[in-house]
Design a protein around this ligand. Structure first.
Ligand SMILES: Cc1cc2nc3c(=O)[nH]c(=O)nc-3n(C[C@H](O)[C@H](O)[C@H](O)COP(=O)(O)OP(=O)(O)OC[C@H]3O[C@@H](n4cnc5c(N)ncnc54)[C@H](O)[C@@H]3O)c2cc1C
Ligand code: FES
Ligand code: FES
Length: 471
């Protein structure tokens, strides 16, 4: 038995029969013959494949159109959604979408390879924000690489388009998504709607691929041509979608994307939000989830150091019940975490900041935007009367897993924020780690950066203006 994938393509309802583990880009260019959308890197980096996607949230709210990388999005993820490609934008007004008009008038495209993706990103931005500032436009374009035109004329076209009319994308009524698409004897894609359904599927099919946004997992399909017989997607599971505050804690559901969590992180930990704004691009942040980031157990993932320093814990759920794990104990070894085959991350819980608690996270990467960390340091300090009464310090990129640095914490607890304490903390950091060398940085470089980030923290907390850019 097979079930089609039903969605809206450029305003028309379509019912597609294909393997749900096909990438949207492959389907668009191969089957739908919509070849305006381009393939550059096929790994979410260049934005040439950007399209616009809108779907109902698991709580049944209609979200706005958001730019997404079609090279790492799977057809199964389109069930119940609306998709607009550059061809659909061209049809949205007699002379094309206002972004397309202004890009053409302003000489904002030379070879044109990046242009469809740039148009999609900018049309998505204007649909959400009709008065964008320069910084909003740069943020929207951080995941779109243009090698020949240069960004000034593109930003100018965006600013000019924002003054134009018809900048909103068409209203589309979304249908409810089915809970399964695909064919049992080929490839099946489950979209459970409740946690109970998800856990039932996880117990029954322990070898199925568990997918959230797919920004990590789907690289296997886009790059390594993996084929998946069964995928269980967390997108529509209602219990995994909440962002709630209760009893002095923030609880973020295991299906919540970085983009959705951003406003609440900004409110309580502005430095964490700065880190998140450098996490991939808007395309990656609107699909990628916090839980997916932690479950990869990557030593250079950005979420883990910040959340360990904040004292976060995880609620892990399986059919046999729930258990709580402190995030610092979740990472067992390189790319291994304490998650049984039938378990999922139900939620991430973070204690809200206490008076006099300061939090800073610093990411050092080769590029400022859209790059994975070489080293990431996160620091949560309670400082009263110039004395450190509590400290939690965590690093990514310094060991096989993200780790807490108890030695540096001990070196500063109970001490004044002065030169002697800083020197002791730096010595503790140097003694704690034997980092690896790889293409991102040598062991010596990483050790030096980790220690310099402590210096940066002391300068920052003393009120010195600091901004950590990429090195
Ligand atoms: C271009 C690009 C840029 C990136 N930039 C960054 C960056 O700057 N910093 C960074 O840290 N990462 C970055 N990433 C990596 C990735 O985007 C993040 O790790 C993201 O948060 C993964 O979330 P996801 O929902 O897409 O996970 P998925 O790819 O869907 O899943 C990843 C893993 O998590 C598991 N999983 C997902 N949800 C759950 C759950 N609820 N319970 C248990 N297991 C679960 C999956 O089974 C899988 O093993 C980047 C990736 C790309 C392609
Ligand atoms: S082809 Fe480069 S991001 Fe998709
Ligand atoms: S116009 Fe050539 S890559 Fe942008």
């Amino acid at each position: 038995m097979s079930s089609s994938i039903d969605f809206t393509l450029n305003g028309q309802s379509v019912s597609v029969t294909c393997r749900p583990d096909t990438t949207v880009l492959e389907w668009l260019r191969g089957d739908a013959l919509l070849r305006g959308t381009k393939e550059g890197c096929a790994e979410g980096d260049c934005g040439a494949c950007s399209v616009l996607v809108k779907r109902k949230s698991a709580c049944d709210e209609e979200t706005k159109f958001q730019a997404a990388n079609s090279c790492i999005m799977l057809m199964g993820q389109l069930e119940g959604a609306a998709l607009i490609t550059v061809e659909g934008l061209a049809q949205s007004a007699p002379d094309g979408h206002v972004v397309q008009q202004r890009m053409a008038e302003n000489g904002s495209s030379q070879c044109g390879f990046c242009t469809p993706g740039i148009v999609a990103s900018l049309a998505g931005l204007l649909d959400q924000n009709n008065a964008p500032e320069d910084s909003d436009i740069h943020d929207a374009l951080a995941g779109n690489l243009c090698r020949c035109t240069g960004y000034r004329p593109i930003v100018e076209a965006a600013l000019s388009a924002a003054q134009g009319s018809n900048i909103s994308l068409p209203e589309i009524t979304l249908e409810a998504a089915k809970t399964v698409v695909g064919a049992e004897d080929e490839s099946v894609f489950h979209l459970p709607k409740t946690l109970a359904e998800l856990l039932e599927l996880k117990t029954k099919h322990t070898d199925a691929v568990l997918l959230a946004g797919g920004t990590d997992m789907s690289l296997d399909v886009a790059h390594a041509r993996a084929r998946w017989e069964r995928v269980i997607c967390t997108r529509d599971v209602q219990e995994l979608q909440g962002v709630d505050i209760a009893q002095e804690t923030l609880r973020i559901g295991g299906g919540v994307s970085w983009q959705t969590a951003l406003p609440v992180l900004q409110k309580h930990w502005p430095s964490f939000a700065t880190l998140v704004r450098r996490f991939g691009s808007t395309q990656i942040r609107s699909m990628g989830t916090l839980a997916g980031n932690l479950a990869t157990a990557s030593p250079i993932g950005d979420g883990a150091p910040a959340l360990i320093a904040l004292g976060a814990s995880l609620t892990l759920a399986s059919k046999s019940g729930q258990r709580e794990v402190a995030l610092e104990d979740f990472f067992i070894d390189y790319r291994q975490c304490d998650l049984a085959p039938d378990e999922v991350i139900e939620a991430i819980t973070i204690p809200l900041p206490k008076p006099q608690q300061e939090f800073r996270a610093y990411k050092i990467s080769k590029r400022y935007d859209q790059d994975i960390s070489t080293v990431c340091g996160a620091f949560s300090l309670t400082v009263a009367n110039d004395t450190v009464s509590a400290a939690r310090i965590a690093y990514g990129g310094m060991a096989a897993t993200p780790v807490r640095c108890h030695e540096a914490e001990a070196a500063i607890k109970g001490c004044a924020m002065d030169e002697a304490t800083l020197s002791a903390a730096k010595m503790a950091i140097e003694a704690s780690f034997q980092p690896m060398s790889d293409m991102r940085g040598s062991a010596a470089y990483r050790a030096m950066v980790a220690s310099k980030l402590m210096e940066r923290l002391f300068a920052d907390l003393s009120g010195e203006a600091v901004e950590v850019m990429s090195l």
